[in-house]
Design a protein. Structure first.
Ligand SMILES: Cc1cc2nc3c(=O)[nH]c(=O)nc-3n(C[C@H](O)[C@H](O)[C@H](O)COP(=O)(O)OP(=O)(O)OC[C@H]3O[C@@H](n4cnc5c(N)ncnc54)[C@H](O)[C@@H]3O)c2cc1C
Length: 395
């Protein structure tokens, strides 16, 4: 197996390293200074073609040809130098790719640059109290104003990550109550800072208040902020979810997490326990399998080939391995986890720091489509098995 990237990629790596040595020297700075320094660095890195490669220059990107090997080299070198990559979150992972694929010129001009620059922060307005796995059951209502220029929105969204910080939302609303379930939905963008919208934080078991629920009471958004055709929002939402699952399923970071688990076994003096060693070896097998599968996907992408059903498995595999690690960490850390009921981020540095990871692993297996739904997708689209009976009955 040849795991090298080839001479061209290595020469390119040299260029990226030289750039980072010269351009990324954060040193000791005050918080506000560091923020400005990072923004300046991102602009510089974009100018060199290292960041926002898929985004056209006219919207603030560097507009580079698709080259997965170069993109990977950049990621590796930026991570090694601990240099900031693109502004992350829903905006870059979901809104921008969706607008590039399905948005109007006006929408691209209005939203992409400000999202790239971090001014617009996006919440994902999909889930509702009665619509999660069965997303097409959304009931939040969109009705056209009398002059046909504005959507008037009434209803509720829930589990919005980063909801308290979000300035905007991409959302699914029911606009055709009499159409077939999947055909009556429209995909809208909306400004969240307006009188018809109330948001409330939801505290998670980790202590964090990152989630939010939103109430829409005659909230408004212009018809020109509708993405795709009226009633076709379900199909636009598939674009967004594809990007969300790809970002959740990436193998980056899993190896580091495993190293920390081994460290925890050492710290707690359990590393010599044969049962713990057996568990570590078992989990390491999954971690390596996931890593090599990601290499396989990477090779297919570099060769312009379709990887087939294996790409459907990445999100499920990653979250399952994360959960396995969390279970072992829970066993290793034991009572230390009971020591500090403090808010997230304020916990100590001992084994108790695993608490967020352990609790968070449950959330990861639900976010972006719960594990059983992923299994259905793999079975139906990957293996060609018959459709889920519940879903069959609906369509
Ligand atoms: C960390 C996190 C972040 C999130 N962020 C957002 C966000 O920003 N925006 C947003 O809109 N939503 C967000 N969500 C919500 C998430 O998309 C939903 O929780 C998820 O789709 C599941 O929906 P539900 O909670 O209603 O559970 P349900 O749909 O009620 O599912 C409950 C259980 O039943 C199983 N199940 C349901 N239907 C089937 C079936 N047909 N076959 C087999 N099993 C089935 C599921 O697998 C699950 O185990 C987030 C959730 C989490 C945990």
């Amino acid at each position: 197996m040849d795991l090298s990237y080839g001479d061209d990629a290595e020469a390119f790596r040299g260029e990226v390293k030289a750039f980072l040595n010269a351009a990324w020297q954060p040193g000791e700075r005050r918080r506000d200074e560091l923020k400005a320094y990072i923004a300046e660095f991102r602009t510089n890195a974009t100018g060199h073609g290292y960041l926002y490669r898929s985004v056209p220059k006219r919207y603030g990107g560097s507009e580079q040809p698709v080259d997965v090997i170069r993109a990977q080299v950049i990621r590796e070198e930026f991570q090694r130098a601990r240099a900031p990559m693109e502004v992350g979150g829903n905006g870059m992972n979901m809104t921008v790719p969706t607008l590039l694929e399905k948005g109007t010129e006006e929408q691209k001009e209005l939203f992409i640059r400000k999202t790239v620059e971090g001014e617009y922060i996006w919440g994902q307005g999909y889930s509702e109290p009665g619509a999660g796995s069965d997303l097409a059951a959304v009931r939040t209502k969109g009705e056209l104003s009398a002059d046909g220029s504005t959507w008037i929105i009434n209803g509720q969204k829930i589990w919005t990550s980063q909801g308290m910080q979000s300035t905007h939302m991409f959302m699914l609303v029911r606009t055709e109550p009499n159409a077939a379930k999947h055909d009556g939905i429209t995909y809208l963008l909306i400004d969240l800072n307006q009188p018809g919208i109330t948001r409330r934080p939801i505290r998670q078991m980790t202590g964090e208040g990152g989630f939010c629920e939103f109430f829409f009471d005659n909230a408004q958004t212009p018809v020109s902020w509708q993405v795709g055709e009226r009633g076709q929002g379900w199909y636009v939402s598939r674009t967004t979810l594809k990007h969300e699952r790809a970002s959740i399923g990436s193998a980056d970071g899993l190896g580091n997490q495993f190293d920390k688990l081994v460290e925890l076994a050492r710290e707690t003096g359990r590393i010599a326990d044969p049962v713990v060693r057996h568990e570590l070896a078992r989990i390491e097998g999954f971690v390596m399998a996931h890593r090599y599968t990601s290499f396989r996907l990477f090779s297919c992408a570099a060769a312009g080939e379709d990887p087939g059903p294996v790409s459907l498995m990445m999100k499920l595999a990653l979250t399952e391995i994360g959960h396995e690690m969390a279970l072992l960490a829970q066993d290793l850390a034991g009572e230390a986890l009971l020591r500090e009921p403090a808010a997230a981020g304020t916990r100590g540095r001992g084994p108790e720091k695993w608490l967020d990871q352990i609790m968070g692993s449950l959330g990861n297996s639900i976010a972006g489509g719960a594990s059983n739904i992923q299994r259905n997708i793999i079975a139906e689209r990957g293996l060609g098995l018959p459709r889920d009976l519940a879903m069959q009955a609906e369509r």
